[in-house]
Design a protein around this ligand. Structure first.
Ligand code: TXA
Ligand code: MG
Length: 346
């Protein structure tokens, strides 16, 4: 297509301000731009402009049945996107917004069909990243933004990852640094009784239950993609998703000998097998890279996608990820890794 995207830094207050102006100008004109959020980078367009949102679907190769999240920068803007604002939304927004939580509610008439994939509900999120907040305020309209990757691929957590896959298709990418949360937002359906987690994330069941009570929220996230085929509550869960190019497998091992025999069973050239460990760290003899991630859910989430991207960049054939600890705070990460593995193993 045409020329490569311009990549703008936000490192100083001046650069930040001029990047906000440039992004807002393009968005007002109906263009699609990549913006940083605290979860992952988003591919943003004016949520109230169906043509601009159609471009987002086209650029991503996203199935029309998969609705996109609408990003706002105030409660007032959130309320304009939805038909009603129940007490539970007040509580959740007070506790977790701005932040990595998407609330699914009955849509208002202002939201075009293409955003909701023709459905009666809309996902709304007030992101915490200062850049996207400033752009939304400058525009005065909400932004529809899925993750800034081709449909089915890994979400980007840096501007450079966006540039590699979408640089030829969009005019502007804003570099807002490494995403601080690192995996996509928790999606919570407030139209279900009680509210139901459609996609687990770093705002986990433990935090939601602390606020809403044990019976105040149901765990609906993380089901196998096929299991939800009849009732597509969160259509994004139906498709191959969140996958690196390499085959991903999840394994546990008690020592290096056991890991080695598991690697042999993978039937891949050993130097192209990469290990991502957090507890039982192998020495790295006899296979490709070993990377060590912190054994802390928040820190792990922040680095896992970058690590998977890096494995792809150096040509890994198989990525072996050490099985994660259990616990609510690991649920979102475990869900993404299961999907990444499932799309190869299923
Ligand atoms: O953290 C995030 O949520 C990132 C950043 C950019 O905000 N966005 C993101 O968008 O991950 P996307 O489009 O890649 O994933 C949105 C997920 C999909 O699984 C979609 O099916 C679901 O949210 N979703 C969106 N609107 C929905 C709705 N009205 N009802 C049910 N699920 C919905
Ligand atoms: Mg996505």
């Amino acid at each position: 297509m045409k020329s490569e995207a311009e990549v703008l830094s936000t490192r100083t207050p001046e650069l930040f301000r001029s990047a906000v102006e440039k992004a807002a100008e393009l968005l007002r004109a109906g263009a699609v731009v990549a913006l940083p959020t605290e979860t992952v980078y988003g591919l943003a367009a004016n949520a109230l402009d169906p043509k601009a949102v159609a471009r987002v679907f086209e650029i991503k190769g996203r199935p029309a049945l998969n609705p996109v999240i609408v990003h706002v920068a105030s409660l007032e803007m959130a309320r304009r996107c939805v038909a009603g604002w129940p007490e539970v939304a007040v509580k959740l927004a007070t506790a977790f917004w701005p932040g990595p939580l998407t609330l699914v509610l009955t849509r208002s008439g202002e939201i075009p069909d293409i955003v909701t994939a023709g459905g009666g509900t809309v996902g709304v999120r007030w992101p915490r990243h200062p850049f996207i907040q400033a752009v939304i305020r400058a525009c005065g309209f909400p932004l529809a933004a899925p993750s800034a990757n081709p449909s089915g691929h890994l979400s980007p957590t840096t501007a450079e990852q966006v540039r590699k896959v979408l640089g030829a298709k969009i005019p502007l990418i804003i570099d807002g640094g490494q995403s601080q949360v690192g995996i996509e937002s928790t999606v919570l359906d407030l139209c279900a009784q009680p509210p139901r987690v459609l996609r687990p994330g770093m705002i986990h069941l433990g935090s939601l239950r602390a606020l809403l009570g044990d019976r105040g929220v149901q765990d609906g996230g993380g089901e196998a993609p096929a299991a939800s085929r009849e009732q597509p509550r969160s259509p994004g869960l139906l498709w191959k998703h969140y996958s690196p190019k390499a085959r991903l497998v999840i394994r546990s091992w008690k020592d290096e000998a056991e890991l080695n025999s598991q690697i042999s069973a993978l039937e891949s050239p050993r130097e192209r097998v990469h290990i991502i460990a957090h507890t039982l760290i192998p020495t790295g003899q006899g296979f490709g890279r070993v990377s060590v991630l912190p054994r802390d859910a928040e820190a792990f989430a922040r680095s896992i996608y970058a690590e998977l991207h890096r494995c792809d960049d150096v040509g890994a054939a198989v990525i072996v990820v050490e099985a994660l600890p259990t616990g609510a705070e690991w649920q979102g990460i475990a869900d993404r890794l299961r999907r990444a593995a499932g799309s190869h193993e299923a």
